[in-house]
Design a protein around this ligand. Structure first.
Ligand code: ADP
Length: 199
């Protein structure tokens, strides 16, 4: 079984690509969902986050106050780095466990906005980068999340540039505005199934 990473800047279309793969029967692990679950459910992690960022990062029901956390980490690269050091090893552990459960699949996918930045891609066989122009990405996310340009740009600041991402990727999916992603993703799927046969 191959482990494939799919990454891309915010709004590039990586979740859309992953949803198509899911419909083709490919197991997909969403790092963002895993991180959310870990932050809300793992007591050790919660303790570390509270120690690092204060008690009011969690609400009275013990759930992470995502807005508060975002306002801390997206204004301070050191804080973001610290949060990542707390959460990412746990996400990687959860991924490895999940991958074992899906070992009969020809390949599995790990979707992550930051995959190259954390070095997590070293544990994967191939990396796919989903690419779209920055202006398109900003427009898409403003619409998707009902947010403003400044907030989107803030999140982008801490992600790799498209050039850095594309240089490290084995495959690039161009997802320009209005593009039909389906044939592109089907082609990728075929390539990945064949990769498996080659190895
Ligand atoms: P990411 O997971 O990389 O942040 P998404 O897959 O959520 O990005 O895509 C961001 C938004 O843009 C979504 O609302 C999605 O439906 C839309 N979108 C994705 N690809 C395209 C495209 N080729 N043309 C127009 N809109 C798109």
């Amino acid at each position: 079984m191959l482990k494939i990473g799919i990454t891309g800047g915010i709004g590039s279309g990586k979740s859309t690509v992953c949803n198509i793969l899911r419909n083709l029967g490919v197991p997909v692990f969403t790092s963002d969902d895993a991180a959310r679950k870990i932050l809300n459910e793992e007591e050790e992690v919660k303790k570390e986050v509270i120690k690092a960022f204060g008690r009011d990062t969690y609400n009275s029901e013990g759930k992470l106050d995502r807005e508060r956390m975002a306002s801390i980490v997206f204004n301070d690269p050191k804080a973001l780095g610290l949060l990542n050091t707390i959460v990412h090893p746990k996400v990687n552990e959860a991924f490895e466990e999940w991958a074992q459960e899906n070992e009969k699949s020809p390949y599995v996918v790990k979707e992550a906005a930051i995959l190259l930045e954390t070095g997590a891609y070293h544990d994967l066989d191939k990396v796919v980068s989903v690419f779209a122009a920055k202006e398109d990405r900003i427009r898409r996310v403003m619409k998707r999340d009902n947010t403003d340009e400044e907030s989107v740009k803030k999140r982008m600041r801490f992600q790799y540039s498209d050039e850095e991402r594309n240089e490290l990727a084995d495959f690039i999916i161009m997802n320009e505005e209005g593009v039909d992603l389906l044939p592109k993703v089907m082609e990728l799927h075929e390539i990945l199934l064949n990769e498996k046969k080659k190895w």
